[in-house]
Design a protein around this ligand. Structure first.
Ligand SMILES: [Zn+2]
Length: 126
């Protein structure tokens, strides 16, 4: 049975099929990783419903390389958008501090680098 199983999708470890008889004859089965304890679904393989997936099939189901590539690219794009949004908010905040210096409300010489440092301290709560 073990030769049918793909390695663990999380750590690459060997997987093993387990089954356990219940008190009324049910047979609960699952697939588990021998290295990291990841597990498939558990189900009564004796009385599986059509909509249920056998633990071996569930364990062996993997995203295609194309799907992994698509998700990885979507994640990178989302990270880039988030980084841009944080940078824009940071620059806007630092610009506000800088402009308050130019207005003379903050005293001293207007210095964007120092304004950025002050703004960073204010959003960190220091
Ligand atoms: Zn594992």
């Amino acid at each position: 049975m073990q030769s049918e199983l793909k390695p663990c999708p999380f750590c690459g470890g060997d997987a093993e099929y387990h089954s356990d008889k219940g008190p009324t004859g049910e047979v609960y089965a699952w697939v588990g990783c021998n290295q990291c304890d990841a597990m498939s679904v558990h189900c009564d393989v004796r009385s599986m419903q059509p909509e249920e997936t056998h633990p071996i099939d569930a364990w062996n189901t993997r995203a295609s390389d194309a799907e992994i590539t698509r998700l990885t690219e979507a994640l990178r794009a989302a990270e880039e958008r988030e980084r841009d949004a944080v940078m824009s908010a940071y620059c806007a905040g630092a610009t506000d501090v800088h402009n308050s210096w130019i207005d003379g409300t903050n005293g001293g010489e207007p210095d964007f680098g120092e304004a950025a440092s002050d703004y960073y301290s204010s959003i960190k709560g220091n």
